[in-house]
Write a protein that binds this ligand. Sequence first.
Ligand code: NDP
Length: 247
Amino acid sequence: MTDNIKDKVIIITGASSGMGEATARDLAAKGAKLALGARRKDRLDTLVKDITDKGGEAIAVATDVTKLEDVQALADAAKDKYGRVDVIFNNAGLMPLSPLESLRIDEWNQMVDVNIKGTLYGIAAVLPIFKEQKSGHVINVSSVYGHKTVATGAVYCATKHAVRSLSEGLRQEVKDYNVRVTVISPGAVDTELTSHISEPGVGDQVRDFVSQIAVPASTMADMVSFAVSQPANVDVNEILFRPTVQP
Ligand code: NDP
């Protein structure tokens, strides 16, 4: 389904790997104009080259979503380059699972900073643009773990519950500006996400579980396309998907 995607200006955070990268490739192939952000600029540059070599449009901006000025610069670059912004896909995230008693406080802070504050900074960067345009679409990424809580996931699950909550609050506040809000909650998807789990025992267990059931990152691209391609008066508020065999 490519209706309503061609020529849309779409910002993607966390575009250097996994679901952000897969979504970028898919939307570019459907004619969207992209502004891609992540910290690993070399990977973004390679992605932009791949996209432009195939006739697509994309720019890369080194972005740490824990810094408001970086996220603002990403949004400004999109507006400067393309003249407007239609969608922000707040996808950047981290999941260093561990039991609370391990007191991995640096990792708690990272999850709060990237998963919650990074999403809020994405909203802050585009909201004035969307209000002026009287149109826009915020797509946030939660998780199956934004719908339930598991041991070793207390902080991660809390951040993903928060993303759902702030998405619904945002939706209620901005609908009168013709701004759509979608929150997408994936289950196990084959990406680099579990590679950052440093807690002994937990990482191998989670990686083993995920590798047996995970669906490809392109599954997220299909979900984003579905939400973006709806007519402007249809807001897909929430999508929850997981591998069929996932509990
Ligand atoms: P990846 O690890 O492959 O991708 C995560 C992306 O986030 C990378 O591009 C990384 O880029 C970016 N990122 C991390 N920290 C920052 C930062 N400070 N600033 C900017 N970008 C950052 O994992 P996924 O594709 O799986 O993750 C995408 C989203 O999906 C996340 O929000 C995750 O929580 C969520 N999710 C994933 C599931 C899964 O099973 N894979 C399940 C449920 C939800 P870089 O390091 O270059 O900055």
